[in-house]
Design a binder for this molecule. Structure first.
Ligand code: SF4
Length: 329
């Protein structure tokens, strides 16, 4: 079966329904034993140093022949994907674009048209995709259970991050993914609760740091919310495949995200929020709105390369934790 790579979460049901293997290109980059070689390769090929490293990782994943076709999300994800699509095409790579509609007006109609076009491009149709979507509902409900166990302090923030972020492509095989998840949930349900002094949430793109969760856990902080990773797992229980992806907040305007974040802060009793931003990412501009509209204290931290948290960020996060602890007294 051919592998179809994509630059961010897309309706993966379309790829499975077309009997193809989905591959999240971000995951190839970040799960590699040496992701720095991806960045070096991209820079040697001529990608500017001041480009987001996720883009360099995606570029190298594709150029090193990991997939047969690429779906580039040019609407609702990353502004860099336009130029990346042009680079891939100039290299003779088979690329199809996918656009989440930005405007609220006629969003259902526009998204349905995009999904139909993609289905057609991959050799299937939306009716087949609609019928297929029920096959993923079981595993999606189990991911929801995993998220509830995180709120209940039985699953760590890092475990939550890892499972939810992997659900963008289900590691290419949703049946074995579900089997492994069953085993994990069975063990997690029987665990003692994680002890913590504070509960915080992460908002923003998944952090590129490798030890951030561990650093927080060692300080007695439980990460009880991973905003974007949770969205990646497509939590909507609606049966209509188009509506399901309309409920996914990440690609649309920030107001949908703010509403979701504030609802979850209340539900999960969060003391504070860490807004993670990636160097050279246009989404950093949204920090202004997040700080203004989120209902608990927010600290913004920035990462660039894969690796451990730098000393300066550690000091800032420690001060933030102390401030939250003082606030709770
Ligand atoms: S972190 Fe920002 S700049 Fe980088 S790929 Fe994601 S959206 Fe694009």
């Amino acid at each position: 079966m051919k592998k179809v790579g994509f630059t961010t979460t897309i309706p993966v049901e379309i790829i499975f329904a077309a009997n193809l293997i989905p591959v999240d290109l971000n995951n190839i980059f970040i799960t590699d034993n040496n992701p720095h070689t991806f960045i070096d390769f991209a820079e040697q090929e001529g990608l500017p140093r001041n480009t987001c490293n996720w883009i360099k990782g995606i570029y190298t994943s594709v150029m090193q022949n990991s997939v047969d076709k690429v779906i580039s999300v040019t609407g609702g994800d990353c502004s860099n994907n336009h130029a990346l699509t042009e680079i891939f095409r100039s290299e003779g790579i088979d690329v199809t674009t996918f656009n989440y509609p930005y405007e609220n007006k006629s969003r259902y109609v526009s998204l349905k048209a995009e999904m139909s076009l993609l289905a057609d491009e991959l050799g299937t149709d939306l009716d087949t995709v609609q019928k297929f979507q029920g096959n993923l509902q079981g595993v999606r409900s189990k991911l929801k259970r995993l998220d509830e166990l995180t709120v209940d302090n039985k699953v760590s923030g890092f475990e939550n991050h890892l499972w939810l972020v992997s659900s963008t492509d289900f590691n290419g095989d949703y049946l074995s993914f579900e089997d492994n998840l069953d085993t994990f949930l069975d063990e997690a349900e029987r665990r003692e609760r994680i002890k913590s002094n504070l509960r915080i949430g992460f908002v923003g793109v998944p952090p590129i740091f490798t030890d951030l969760y561990k650093f927080l856990e060692n300080k007695g902080v439980h990460v009880a919310f991973n905003e974007v990773q949770r969205q990646f797992s497509i939590i909507s229980e609606k049966r209509d495949i188009v509506e399901k992806y309309l409920d996914y907040t990440y690609p649309y305007d920030i107001s949908c995200r703010i509403e979701d974040i504030n609802r979850e802060i209340k539900k999960r009793k969060l003391d504070g929020i860490i807004h993670y931003v990636q160097s050279f990412c246009y989404r950093q501009l949204q920090d202004l709105i997040i700080k203004r509209e989120v209902d608990v204290p927010v600290i913004t931290i920035e990462g660039n390369e894969p690796g451990g948290v730098d000393a300066r960020t550690k000091i800032r996060v420690e001060s933030f934790i102390e401030m939250l602890e003082e606030r709770k007294k």
